[in-house]
Design a protein around this ligand. Structure first.
Ligand SMILES: C[S@@+](CC[C@H](N)C(=O)[O-])C[C@H]1O[C@@H](n2cnc3c(N)ncnc32)[C@H](O)[C@@H]1O
Length: 297
């Protein structure tokens, strides 16, 4: 991409170099930044995309962040159309938020975004597998009113059925645009494992880095009795995926985790890395992100 203006950055509508210098020199202090964030969020300052990047969009700021990240990478790499997915839809609060974020951010950045939501339609399946944490969740929790939700959706498509069956046929049945962001919220280990098979698809079906959000990783002080561990639930499914694949890995976003003003949902953001994807090494930098001058004497 060289030093040209990145079209994704133009779409996001903010001079990032200027903003990050302001942040470094003035905003990034314990008193000013929380107040500034409140102002940006409450007064809807800057573009929707920029607020999504900073996690200043409600509801579901974690979804907005993933949409921003996926759209940014897609646009930077020259994709015209990408897909975003929610696994585990229930009543549709998450899917309707995802649809809205995708619509606005897609429009601002100039990239088309398809949205898909996977669910049984009947709530949680039956399980007695300790890896699904049945001590928290029960069969039939979070049942969907399919017709009501369909009437509320504007463009998102529902993929109804057990993910053990629907994921395997998804690319053939729907021919979606390449997948750029995925939200996981199915609670169970046994449901997350087949959903992760999506990341075994051909490169043409996937972006080289895919922003994902895992809701059941453990990100709130209220979850004191959930006891999320590396040996059950979504964390186990991720670990097994990583053990099985050499050149495709799912990893936390350590940049986000190192942020001075960390939000609880940051721990649920992971990226799928497809190291052998033809576009993995393609540059996404431009003069906004060229910091060479700062290092010269
Ligand atoms: C916690 S709810 C999702 C909440 C939703 N994401 C939201 O933000 O409101 C979990 C959902 O995962 C779905 N689910 C769990 N296992 C599944 C499976 N094997 N196949 C399809 N859907 C599944 C359930 O039907 C349930 O609706």
């Amino acid at each position: 991409m060289g030093k040209e203006k990145n079209p994704a950055r133009v779409g996001a509508g903010v001079n990032e170099g200027f903003f990050s210098r302001l942040y470094d020199n003035f905003f990034s202090n314990e008193i000013v930044w929380p107040f500034t964030k409140l102002l940006i969020k409450g007064l809807h300052l800057f573009s929707y995309s920029f607020r999504a990047k900073l996690g200043l969009i409600s509801p579901k700021p974690e979804y907005a962040r993933c949409v921003f990240s996926g759209a940014f990478l897609g646009k930077s790499l020259g994709y015209k159309k990408i897909s975003m997915i929610e696994f585990g839809v229930a009543g549709g609060r998450g899917l309707t938020a995802l649809e809205k974020h995708a619509e606005v951010i897609g429009r601002e950045m100039g990239i088309e975004i398809e949205v898909y939501g996977f669910d049984t339609g009947k709530g949680l399946p039956k399980t007695n597998d300790y890896r699904d944490l049945p001590y928290i969740w029960r069969e039939g929790f979070y049942k969907m009113d399919v017709e009501k939700l369909k009437s509320r959706l504007r463009s998102a498509k529902l993929v109804i059925g057990d993910v053990g069956e629907t994921v395997a046929k998804f690319f053939d049945d729907y021919n979606p645009a390449p997948v750029a962001a995925v939200m996981f919220d199915m609670d169970f280990y046994s449901s997350t494992v087949p959903a992760l098979h999506m990341f075994e698809a051909d490169d043409s079906r996937l972006l080289p880095r895919i922003c994902t959000y895992f809701d059941d990783i453990g990100n709130s002080a209220f979850d004191y009795n959930y006891c999320f561990s590396d040996y059950t639930g979504e964390r186990l499914a991720i670990r097994e995926f990583n053990e099985k694949h050499d050149k495709r890995k799912i990893s936390p976003d350590f940049g986000l985790l190192a942020d001075k003003f960390r939000e609880s949902w940051y721990s649920g953001i992971f990226y799928v890395h497809l190291f052998e994807h033809a576009k993995y090494n393609e540059g996404v930098f431009d003069k906004e992100t060229d910091h060479s001058a700062e290092l010269s004497l």
